[in-house]
Design a protein around this ligand. Structure first.
Ligand code: TZP
Ligand code: MG
Length: 217
């Protein structure tokens, strides 16, 4: 899915489900202005109606927002293929216990993006034949945002995974300004971030600073 020199996975904002709809809107608007290239709505606590409402709200923002080079910023739905279909999102991000990616592909068709979380070496070895567009390598470092983590890949694990991963690979978990250049140097195609952008006093500035570090890498 990486065409010409555009990399949609470079700076991937994953939203914080603890934030109100108003804060979510603010964070997404500002993060987009600061240079994020993709947005995932991640909901773990609300009901499906709230999930759809939040996804529709973010979709409306992204429909009128473009990257600096004029690209659409894809909207990805975490966990739920039904929500992705309901809002006509650009894709889904699935975990190992969500709907199987083969079923998701049947429902979504060939044009939607499907990402899969990879948490073990075995899952990495097994993903090569799956109908997915990218993987999320979870988790690189410990993080307060998600504590039920199976693996901490660390930089060495990330480097091993990058060497064999057949898909674009997005690194997630504990990534911030101070470690992202190491993460990219270890072979990630992009970084997915919750708190370093969503919890920043100025999400636009946070995204801009991260983009400048990524661009210079
Ligand atoms: N999956 C693995 S770690 C994580 C998710 C959703 C949370 C990442 O959040 P943060 O705040 O960027 O560490
Ligand atoms: Mg999931």
């Amino acid at each position: 899915m990486i065409t010409s020199n555009h990399n949609p996975y470079l700076l991937y904002l994953v939203t914080d489900d603890q934030q109100s709809l108003t804060t979510l809107e603010h964070v997404v608007r500002e993060a987009v202005a600061g240079g994020v290239t993709m947005v995932q709505i991640r909901e773990k606590h609300g009901d499906v109606r709230a999930f759809i409402k939040r996804a529709q709200t973010v979709k409306a923002i992204l429909q009128h927002a473009y990257t600096a080079t004029g690209r659409h910023i894809p909207l990805i739905i975490n966990d739920r293929v039904d929500v992705a279909l309901a809002v006509d999102a650009d894709g889904v991000h699935l975990g190992q216990t969500d709907m199987p990616v083969v079923t998701a592909r049947q429902l979504l068709g060939k044009d939607k993006l499907i990402g899969l979380s990879i948490e073990t070496e075995q899952q990495l070895a097994d993903c090569a034949c799956l109908p997915i567009d990218y993987i999320g390598l979870s988790a690189i470092f410990a993080t307060a945002t998600k504590t039920n983590l199976v693996t901490h890949w660390g930089l060495a694990g990330l480097q091993r995974a990058a060497a064999i991963c057949p898909f674009p690979m997005v690194a997630i978990g504990g990534i911030n300004h101070s470690n992202l250049t190491d993460v990219i140097a270890a072979g990630a195609d992009g970084i997915a971030i919750v708190s370093a952008i969503s919890h920043a006093d100025d999400p636009r500035q946070a995204a801009m600073t991260i983009r400048s570090l990524l661009n210079n890498n």
